[in-house]
Design a binder for this molecule. Structure first.
Ligand code: FES
Length: 74
């Protein structure tokens, strides 16, 4: 599931697997739905609890973070 806005999420310290295939039913996190797509989740390491803006359209040049690419019409 993709959308034209970022996902604002607060992440606890640890490794978070961020969906890069657009098929997860629990975006922005991987739920295993990428199987067979050739895509893999992005392992995002977080050291301190923080709010991040993760790409919702999967067109960012700085995945898994939003870079504003969702504003550009494809
Ligand atoms: S479900 Fe999309 S990368 Fe795993």
């Amino acid at each position: 599931m993709t959308r034209k806005q970022p996902w604002a999420v607060t992440l606890e310290p640890g490794t978070h697997y961020i969906c890069q295939c657009g098929k997860s039913q629990n975006p922005p996190f991987c739920d295993g739905s990428h199987e067979g797509t050739g895509k893999e989740p992005f392992p995002l390491e977080i050291r301190e609890k923080q709010e991040v803006y993760l790409c919702g359209c999967l067109k960012s040049a700085n995945l898994p973070f939003c870079d504003g690419s969702h504003e550009k019409e494809a």
